[in-house]
Design a protein around this ligand. Sequence first.
Ligand code: NDP
Length: 292
Amino acid sequence: SETPVTVLGLGDMGTALARALMKAGHRTTVWNRTAAKAEALAAEGALTAATAGEAVAASPLVVVCLLDYDSVRQVLEPLGDALSGKAVVNLTNGTPQQARDLAAWAAGHGAHYLDGGIMAVPPMIGTPAAFLLYSGSPDVFADHRAVLDLFGESHHLGEDPGRAPLYDLALLSAMYGMFSGVLHAYALVRSDGVAAADVAPLLGRWLTAMSGAADGFAQQIDSGDHATGVVSNLAMQSAGFVNFTGSAGDQGISPELIAPIGDLMARRVADGHGHEGLSGLVELLGAGGPGA
Ligand code: NDP
């Protein structure tokens, strides 16, 4: 029969994860600091635990989805050796270092630790649109793959528990960059009396057209060759960028969401790289690279 699963944390995401488990017929035990959040799930058939310790004791597989690593530490640390032999899958957002530290702590208490990052919002859980990134124990991933696949498409990125949060933060960084631009775009058109909804269809089309740039940038960044060929040299882009900050000033809106990349472009041009492309800005960010 299906593996019993415990879910610690019933925020928006933990609740969606628990529902996906229950829908697939898993005996699902839930716990949340604020007990009232378990009531709806209990009515749907979840088992509720009065304490996190009771919840952990109920299943060999424990899924953790709390606000941040501080809350994970607060909940797990008092449990100590009660985690021994358990498979712990932590889907809480954090840094690579936090994941490595928690994995080491968990190993010290005999737990088998898998870290994860959820590339989905709660309504996407259990749909083909969702994917999740995992790193840490290959055994936990292999043994519980069928359960993990209930949440979304599962990707194991290696034994270093920090790898999933690394990728997660990278993907979310790109998302926030995109969202920053979208919010600035709407502020700009609204400052001239145009509704955001009027520009939204063209904006969506434009973002889709430009999303392919990520692959080209990756090749240039990995090769260290930022030459553009015939596309969009940086001197041209930098010359045009003053229109973004300039128009913001004219229209009385703050340029703070988009100004930083303009400053980096100007620096890169001043450094003599105006004939290259935008990917060269990465050289100003202080990253090494594979083998560096
Ligand atoms: P919510 O804000 O909805 O829920 C937060 C949860 O954390 C609640 O269960 C809350 O309990 C609990 N919590 C907070 N502090 C503590 C603490 N000190 N001790 C015990 N429990 C605590 O967040 P989400 O469910 O949306 O997100 C959970 C995790 O999932 C986060 O790390 C988030 O980054 C990640 N995630 C969320 C996505 C989303 O779109 N929602 C997408 C991808 C990842 P209580 O009810 O008692 O306050």
